[in-house]
Write a protein that binds this ligand. Structure first.
Ligand code: NOJ
Ligand code: CA
Length: 691
């Protein structure tokens, strides 16, 4: 009782209010967002969210069902309420900005099960000016030790039938296109069926969607639902009740249907809601990062953002193969040497080599556990001579560990594989999880796999290795905690340009920053300069749905500290003037300004180079051509800058004339209003160097 009263006093000093019917409100530091939590007469605990006094979430349920012990946790008494505030600044090891402010008001409710089990669950709310995060905590307690989560019952009740950007809920793939419909029009099965190129599908059902999920409301709010700090817990998908406009957590099951195996003390990931009336502010939000734990790497001096090349695209477009058999092996010593020469000549840090190791003859679709050992190069690949050659040329090879879904095999071999890398002087690995997870029959999004991805980041850090994971679960800001986890794919990346059906429509890259990229950097692999992908196999009809100038702009709009120049040297050598932008553009930044943005339509971002006065701008559009006048008021006053503009040329059009571009130099200042013309499916990339 004493504690309860103390809490009330403390709450009132933070601008929070506790009502007789057990309702607590907490506001964000600047008062923009308010969360109210109520304990209803039947014992339910519901929360609701308002932004600038407009309802964002209607009262939405919290709770769980456990299968061991068999227990429903939906009726609670509130034992105590505590609150605090936090305000601080931290510096990421690398990122879009040099420092991040983390300011929020914190509310903790200690709930006790009313149904007799006496199980205690604490719910933590962090309320920021750009959104909220909340998580459940199961403290150490006599009433609950080891337990199994059957279902998380968290709900998100929307207040109207908003325009929604969504992907089908799927336990194994996040490589879908986003659909844009009213929430009530979600039709996940039809959307998934359209996507014939997504290799492995475990679609949940007609009304299930993935997070991040984006809404635009009729009164102009942009709302993102997602999760942060996904550790020791499965990915949360959402099940939609169309009548009620309510989304309920649908956790990814393990091979026998359980959701999570936990042991007190335990916490869930944060459930996040970012909200703003400005699309640009949503893109600037650092809420997901702020909800993650600080870096676990005491000395990060070995972690370096990097740009790289590789013969990766040769394999995708049929010039070469991963496997040695067949006579078109890409990762042969001569070919890799060519890429090292190219990287050295044009100033790239790394050369990614896929298909270097034995096993690719039989890696896909056979569900074999022992495919790769990660330490045996093909006989035509002289790794020792190549690492020495790379070193002499100031370049490093990048390792590739395709697990082909055989994750127990990878875990057994990981130490040897990382030690092998250290011995060869290789400090970056691209991992991959193509296919079914064997032999356990897990889903890519299950708790066991989530733990695996984290284990890889942790173990790699012990060997001072940087990681880029493909086919891993969606990122949730863990690169704050593990800054050697540089990037992941975890969405439809550039490789899908070569997919026969839907490919990458121009709008896709204008949606990614509002969705997938909120969780962390993406290895999207931009920079394709050849658009018809029939260079080596004339019958191929696949094509890159972009202009060349847009391919340059993606280096700014798709943030990553790990960026590939994805095309072939011979294609770059035809356009060395445009290639200059890819050579120059940095991969680490001191500042970022979102100049204009609308999901599914266009994005314009300016970024300031780490430790330098130069700025880079990327502007991209969807299928619609557009004109903008951008203000350069982010430049330093009183200084002049040389602007190099890489723009869509006369008649440029992603479909009819993607290769038309112009390069123009101008002198600009902070006062300049720069007119930009973006072609259909086009873009513009700008370098601004202070004189
Ligand atoms: C899928 C990855 O996304 C791609 O980048 C890679 O080349 C292939 N798997 C082979 O590992
Ligand atoms: Ca992939």
């Amino acid at each position: 009782m004493t504690r309860w009263i103390l809490s009330v006093l403390c709450l009132s000093c933070l601008g929070m209010r506790l009502y007789a019917q057990q309702s607590v409100s907490v506001k964000s530091p600047g008062g923009l967002i308010a969360v109210t939590v109520q304990n209803t007469p039947t014992g339910e605990v519901v929360y609701q969210v308002r932004y600038k006094n407009k309802p964002v979430l209607a009262p939405s349920r919290l709770g769980f069902t456990l299968s061991k012990p068999r227990q429903s946790l939906t009726r609670f008494g509130i034992k105590a309420v505590d609150s605090s505030r936090a305000d601080g600044v931290w510096k990421p090891v690398w990122g879009e900005v040099a420092q991040i402010r983390n300011q929020y008001n914190h509310l903790v409710l200690s709930l006790v099960d009313k149904a007799g089990s006496a199980i205690q669950v604490n719910v933590h709310f962090r309320v920021f000016d750009d959104g909220i995060g909340f998580r459940y905590e199961f403290p150490l307690q006599a009433a609950l030790k080891h337990f199994v989560v059957a279902d998380e019952l968290t709900q998100f009740r929307l207040t109207a039938d908003h325009q929604t950007f969504w992907m089908p809920g799927d336990y194994d793939s996040n490589e879908y296109l986003y659909n844009r419909t009213r929430l009530s029009q979600v039709d996940a099965l039809t959307a998934a069926a359209r996507e014939k190129d997504t290799a492995l599908k475990s679609v949940i059902g007609p009304n299930a969607v993935q997070t991040p999920l984006l809404f635009k409301t009729a009164d102009g709010l942009y709302i993102s639902l997602y999760e942060a700090a996904l550790v020791n817990y499965p990915v949360m998908h959402l099940q939609l009740d169309k009548k009620m406009l309510t989304l309920t957590a649908q956790l990814t099951p393990d091979a026998v249907g359980n959701k999570a195996y936990l042991q007190t003390p335990a916490v869930t990931p944060w459930r996040t809601l970012i909200v703003s009336d400005k699309a640009t502010d949503l893109l600037a939000s650092k809420l997901i990062l702020n909800l993650n734990e600080p870096s676990t790497i005491a000395d990060p001096s070995w972690i370096k953002p990097q740009k790289f090349v590789g013969m990766w695209w040769e394999m995708h477009v049929g010039k070469a193969t991963w496997e040695k058999a067949g006579g078109k092996h890409g990762a042969n010593t001569q070919n890799v040497k060519k890429y090292i020469d190219f990287a050295a000549k044009y100033g790239f840090d790394g050369v990614l080599v896929e298909g270097w190791n034995e096993g690719w003859e039989d890696w896909f679709g056979n569900w074999k556990e022992e495919v790769f050992d990660f330490v045996t190069p093909y006989s035509d690949y002289n790794l020792d001579s190549l690492t020495a050659y790379a070193q002499r040329n100031g370049v490093r090879l990048i390792m590739h560990h395709e697990t082909s879904g055989s994750v127990t095999n990878y875990e057994r071999r990981m130490d040897a594989a990382f030690q092998f890398m250290v011995d060869k002087g290789i400090n970056t690995v691209k991992t991959g999880y193509v296919g079914r997870i064997i032999p356990r029959g897990e889903h890519h999004d299950s708790q066991w796999m989530v733990n695996h991805y984290v284990r890889v980041a942790q173990k790699a850090a012990q060997y001072k290795i940087m990681v880029d994971s493909h086919e891993s679960a969606h990122p949730t800001g863990l690169h704050r905690t593990y800054p050697n986890w540089m990037a992941s794919e975890a969405a439809r990346g550039s490789e899908f340009n070569n997919a026969p059906t839907l490919g990458i429509p121009p709008s896709h890259t204008t949606i990614l920053p509002f969705t997938r990229l909120l969780g962390g950097p993406m290895d999207f692999t931009p920079g394709l300069f050849r658009f018809a992908l029939n260079q080596f196999e004339p019958s191929r009809t696949t094509r890159v749905r972009s202009t060349l100038a847009k391919q340059l702009a993606l280096y700014v709009t798709v943030y990553s500290p790990f960026q590939m120049a994805a095309d072939l040297p011979e294609n770059y050598e035809k356009h060395l003037d445009a290639f200059q932008f890819i050579r120059d553009v940095p991969v680490d930044w001191d500042d970022t300004k979102i100049l204009a943005a609308e999901p599914g339509e266009y994005i314009i971002i300016a970024r300031k180079t780490k430790g330098s006065d130069s700025w880079y701008v990327g502007a991209i559009t969807n299928e619609v051509g557009r004109d903008f006048d951008i203000s350069l008021d982010f430049l330093e006053a009183g200084k002049s800058y040389e602007a190099v503009l890489y723009q869509d040329g006369v008649g440029a059009d992603w479909e009819k004339n993607p290769e038309s571009y112009t390069i123009e130099k101008k002198t600009v200042t902070t006062q300049t209003k720069l007119p930009l013309r973006l072609a259909k499916g086009g873009g513009c990339a700008i370098q601004l160097i202070r004189r």
